[in-house]
Design a protein around this ligand. Structure first.
Ligand code: UT7
Length: 336
């Protein structure tokens, strides 16, 4: 019987870092508002012609080196992003070419902030069923180029950052419970709420004629719209619900878990989830202060930083949870 485990992790954020103060004038916002409402202190935004797959490439190279694998050992790419290099083909294909791995399959998945957990379930299933040995699972985003960076867009623009996180899921014979392996995941979606957090254009759902028109640009339909309060409420409820179920189903208590890696949309969301579940604050590894919300990149980026900070070591029991546009949400449990 096969199991999958995380054999390598890497991450990358662009060099340019912007504090809340750097945004105060152009977005008519304040450091005080952003910190109080979200916990964000700064974020990284790309410069020039840098694309999502460029960030993914750097994160993937670090993951390969941390796994001690050659790129030729990778036999499948899963790329989670909501901010692809181009409309089509998927960024997985661009990353594959940049890695020089012609021929291997490259999937793009579209589950926004829950993208990493959805991708984890795919990678784990491919490995358990014997299809692939080493799957490169990347979450990467260049949000900055898709934001309305004017005062009109400030409610969304201050929240998002660019970055990438990559993990390699590798195959091993099923062993003791205490060995590194992916234990479980729990995934959900509810499309009734799709328009509470979305980008309408370009898209075939916009009317009879074109996917994108000057009128749509005029209406700013190519920028994200978010009903912040609705999203906040659902995020707290669903993350706590899914993670509680995952722990219960696997006979694990909060005390048994060594570290929690949550999606990073708002520090207040994570504090509330922690409070509802009785998780001590020091067991939640938050990174939103430094990166803002990096959607699909968030969990692997946090994983890499937790390893670097000495907070995550091999054999630790890790609980994960995420919520995002779709709505999509879920949780996961693994021995790192
Ligand atoms: O990863 C995907 C999932 N995303 C999330 O989970 C995000 C969930 N939602 C949230 O985190 C919060 O709803 C926000 C942080 C987005 C907003 O916080 P809020 O406490 O819900 O604020 P609000 O949207 O209700 O706005 C309150 C006030 C408004 O002013 P008035 O009408 O009270 O005078 C806004 O105009 O804050 C104003 N405002 C701002 N002020 C300064 C909104 N954005 C800003 C800003 N700077 N950037």
């Amino acid at each position: 019987m096969w199991q999958s485990y995380i054999s390598g992790v890497g991450a990358y954020v662009p060099e340019r870092s912007l504090t809340n103060f750097d945004l105060e004038e152009s977005l008519d916002t304040s450091d005080e508002w952003i910190q109080q409402r979200t916990g964000i202190v700064k974020r990284h935004w790309v410069e020039g012609g840098v694309a999502t797959s460029d960030l993914a490439l750097k994160a993937s190279e670090e993951a390969l080196s941390s796994a001690g694998l050659k790129k030729e050992d990778i036999d499948c790419i899963i790329f989670a992003t909501l901010s692809p290099d181009h409309d089509f083909p998927g960024s997985g294909c661009f990353l594959q070419a940049k890695l020089g791995l012609e021929g291997i399959p490259a999937f793009d998945i579209r589950q926004q902030c829950t993208g990493y957990l959805y991708g984890l379930s795919m990678a784990d299933s491919f490995i358990k069923s014997g299809v692939y040995k080493n799957v490169l699972l990347v979450g990467a985003e260049v949000h900055s180029k898709g934001l309305d960076r004017t005062p009109e867009g400030r409610n969304v623009a201050v929240l998002f950052g660019d970055g990438a996180g990559a993990t390699i899921l590798s195959r091993k014979e099923a062993g003791a419970d205490t060995e590194s392996h992916i234990i479980a995941y729990d995934l959900h979606a509810d499309g009734q709420h799709a328009k509470e957090l979305w980008v309408a254009a370009p898209g075939t759902g916009n009317g009879p004629d074109h996917r994108l028109s000057p009128a749509m640009l005029e209406e700013k339909l190519h920028y994200p719209f978010m009903n912040g309060r609705q999203v906040f409420m659902h995020a707290v409820k669903r993350m706590a619900e899914s993670l509680t179920n995952t722990l219960k189903k696997n006979n694990v208590t909060v005390d048994d878990v060594d570290l929690f890696l949550f999606h990073q949309a708002n520090l207040r969301i994570n504090d509330k989830v922690g409070e509802m579940m009785g998780i001590p604050a020091e067991k939640v590894f938050n990174t939103i202060q430094d990166y803002g919300n990096t959607t699909a990149a968030t969990i692997p980026l946090g994983m890499r930083d937790a390893v670097k900070a000495g907070k995550l070591e091999k054999g630790m029991l890790v609980g994960m949870a995420a919520f995002g546009s779709g709505f999509t949400w879920g949780s996961g449990l693994m021995r790192y």
